[in-house]
Write a protein that binds this ligand. Structure first.
Ligand code: KG4
Ligand code: ZN
Length: 377
């Protein structure tokens, strides 16, 4: 079936954090993007509570899958594969998605693809801007990760150039928002306040930008502390905290470093495209400054629309479709969730498949056959 290989119809399931995402794509075309979020249930704790997230995934899973199939106007029987985030993420939350994906794949007689959450954040841009250029430089910034990644093939080769040595960029937004009593998650609120503030009002530190610092690593913990101290000093003096100026100045410090290092990496590696993904890529100032600096450096910028930047199932489906299109081995039925799956493993073929170094297994690289006698035939 040359057709389905070119434009595979794939359903993707994402449950690594607090979003139950189910997406359906045909090749690089987005057909459905259903998301049920438990973010409101975590808000009063100021962060995601793993047990609460797992339970919410369990409750939302089947309705969200049904909603996605309906939205796409396709039958589960027509799928060419089912993809699921195998890691990294919260172990219990991942397990709900992996178990659901296995159950559906087994019942429907479809191949199962365990994929990497981070590679999915990159691959999702194919749904917006078409096939990813090879190589692609990606700046991945979310609540759990901040990395500069170079990929020559998103299904098999993702190389980390640098990463945060302490807090992730999104985590810094969330922590600063907490100090400002702005609620959780902090990114979107700070983004909004910052629009009315002065980014030069307060000179906050730019982490790891000294001449002897690692060129592509990030550090946001010192910045977060500097912001907290500045706010404390204001409060101690009985003065009002200028939330808009603090938001704008803090945000500027984050996006200045992110864009500066990403553009430098592109120049050093001779890559003329930069992709930005992850929840923080929804930040309006990051998008604007990246555009400005990329243009000045002759680099083409690709950033998916905000809804595709935050966690969703479409990104998992997009990477799954690429796995099918490139004839990658499906995962075995013993696929497990790996909360610390390395970024260098875009794909988890399972035991018995010879695939790189992650689990160190050396077997034959075959696509498993699934019984066609399924519940739906
Ligand atoms: O990718 P994502 O949805 O989940 C993770 O894998 O972490 O990213 C969530 C993170 C949160 O820290 C949130 O505050 C941040 O992305 N975020 C933003 C914006 N929207 C979401 N940060 C800055 N500006 C935004 N507009
Ligand atoms: Zn994410």
């Amino acid at each position: 079936m040359a057709d389905s290989r070119d434009e595979p119809l794939v359903l993707g399931i994402e449950t690594s954090c607090d979003e139950t995402g189910v997406g359906i794509v045909r090749g690089t075309t987005l057909l459905a993007d259903a998301v049920a979020s438990s973010v409101d249930e975590h808000a009063r704790f100021g962060g995601v509570v793993p047990e609460v997230a797992s339970r919410a995934h369990l409750e939302a899973m089947v309705p969200t899958i049904d909603r996605a199939l309906k939205e796409a106007g396709v039958s589960a029987r027509d799928l060419d594969g089912i993809a699921v985030t195998a890691g990294p993420g919260l172990a219990g939350a991942l397990l709900v998605g992996v178990s659901a994906a296995k159950a559906y794949a087994y019942a429907l007689g479809k191949p199962l693809y365990g994929v990497n959450h981070l590679a999915s954040h990159i691959c999702v841009d194919q749904l917006e801007h078409g096939a990813l250029p090879e190589p692609t430089m990606a700046l991945l910034v979310s609540g759990g990760h901040s990395s500069l990644l170079l990929s020559t093939d998103i299904t098999s080769d993702v190389r980390p150039l640098g990463a945060t040595i302490d807090d992730a960029a999104g985590e810094a937004f969330d922590k600063v928002a907490r100090v400002l009593n702005l609620g959780f998650p902090g990114g979107p609120v700070i983004d909004r306040y910052a629009r009315e503030g002065d980014p030069d009002a307060i000179a906050f530190p730019r982490g790891l930008t000294g001449p002897r610092d690692a060129a592509y690593d990030f550090s946001f913990s010192g910045l977060k502390t500097a912001v907290a101290r500045w706010i404390e000093a204001k409060r101690a003096a009985g003065e009002e905290v200028p939330v808009r100026d603090v938001s704008a100045s803090f945000q500027e410090a984050v996006v200045d470093v992110l864009t500066r290092k990403a553009v430098r990496a592109c120049k050093d590696e001779g890559v003329d495209h930069l992709m930005i993904g992850g929840g923080v890529a929804a930040n309006s100032r990051l998008r604007a400054l990246a555009q400005e600096r990329c243009e000045a450096a002759g680099i083409r910028l690709r950033v998916p629309r905000p809804k595709l930047c935050t966690d969703n199932g479409a990104m998992v489906a997009a990477l799954g479709a690429e796995m099918v299109a490139r004839n990658r081995a499906a995962s075995d039925w013993d696929l497990s969730a790996d909360s610390s799956l390395p970024v260098t493993d875009p794909h988890v073929p399972g035991r018995g498949h010879d695939h790189g170094t992650h689990h160190g297994h050396h077997g034959h690289d075959h696509v498993h056959e699934v019984s066609k006698e399924n519940l739906y035939s």
